[in-house]
Design a protein. Structure first.
Length: 243
């Protein structure tokens, strides 16, 4: 029986990085922020790459669709992120061990409930996170950090703002989607393994498109991620995990 590997991305740079590593030449068919679907078979593996579009609402709705369609027991998140601390470098991999939001609910009981179910999810996912981290760190070219990330519907390209957010939240990286994906997984009792590759350092000089000089670093980490995903699921008769 074939192995199914489903990977969800948010936007074009992430999608193209994966398709390039997986040897899929899609030309100009990857839109920046649309919902897209790619599927092909490689030996005994069936690959499915889906692009949700950026932001919490789009990510959450596609996450739920993947859970419903493929009946997954573990959801693997892949994407890029901005680094909030100077000890991170472009191409470093962050294994997500917690999530928070830049704009938190204004009622404390909502925040407490949210924190409780997120903590429960990460506890239930701890073994999977540890196993995937081990598979990923087996690649000597990977620099890996296990830490929390913070999410918000905004880009950060100001060093002072970046440093303040890092200090207040304890997060090492920022992206738009992870907290929504975690919440959907928690509601559905689906384990979660989130990986983000650092694409910029949230400073003014990093704004704009990803420079070509950095693409190779992102490519190496993306390739390590794909290999780790295959290794993590080696030996399973049927794989219906989503990334």
């Amino acid at each position: 029986m074939s192995t199914k590997l489903c990977i969800m991305t948010a936007y074009a740079d992430e999608t193209l990085a994966l398709l390039n590593v997986l040897g899929q030449d899609v030309g100009g068919s990857v839109d920046w922020n649309s919902r897209l679907y790619f599927e092909w078979t490689d030996g005994d593996k069936k690959w499915v790459v889906m692009q949700s579009g950026m932001g919490k609402v789009r990510a959450a709705s596609m996450c739920q669709m993947i859970i419903d369609t493929y009946q997954v027991d573990t959801f693997f998140e892949f994407g890029f992120a901005g680094g909030l601390i100077d000890t991170l470098n472009i191409g470093d991999v962050v294994v997500i061990t917690g999530v928070s939001e830049h704009d938190v609910p204004n009622r404390p009981e909502i925040q407490r409930e949210q924190d409780t179910w997120r903590a429960h999810l990460f506890h239930a996912s701890a073994s999977s996170i540890s196993r995937f981290s081990a598979a990923l760190s087996a690649n000597p070219g990977v620099t890996l950090t296990k830490a929390s990330v913070i999410c918000g519907d905004m880009d950060i390209y100001d060093r002072e703002v970046r440093d303040r957010i890092a200090e207040e939240s304890g997060a090492v990286a920022v992206n738009w989607e992870s907290s929504a994906i975690v919440d959907v997984c928690a509601i559905n009792n689906v384990k979660y393994v989130g990986i983000r590759i650092i694409s910029d350092l949230c400073v003014a000089e990093d704004s704009g498109p990803i420079p070509k000089a950095r693409v190779e670093r992102l490519h190496k980490s993306t390739k390590a991620y794909v290999n780790a995903l295959a290794d993590f699921n080696k030996g399973r008769e049927i794989l219906s995990d989503a990334v």
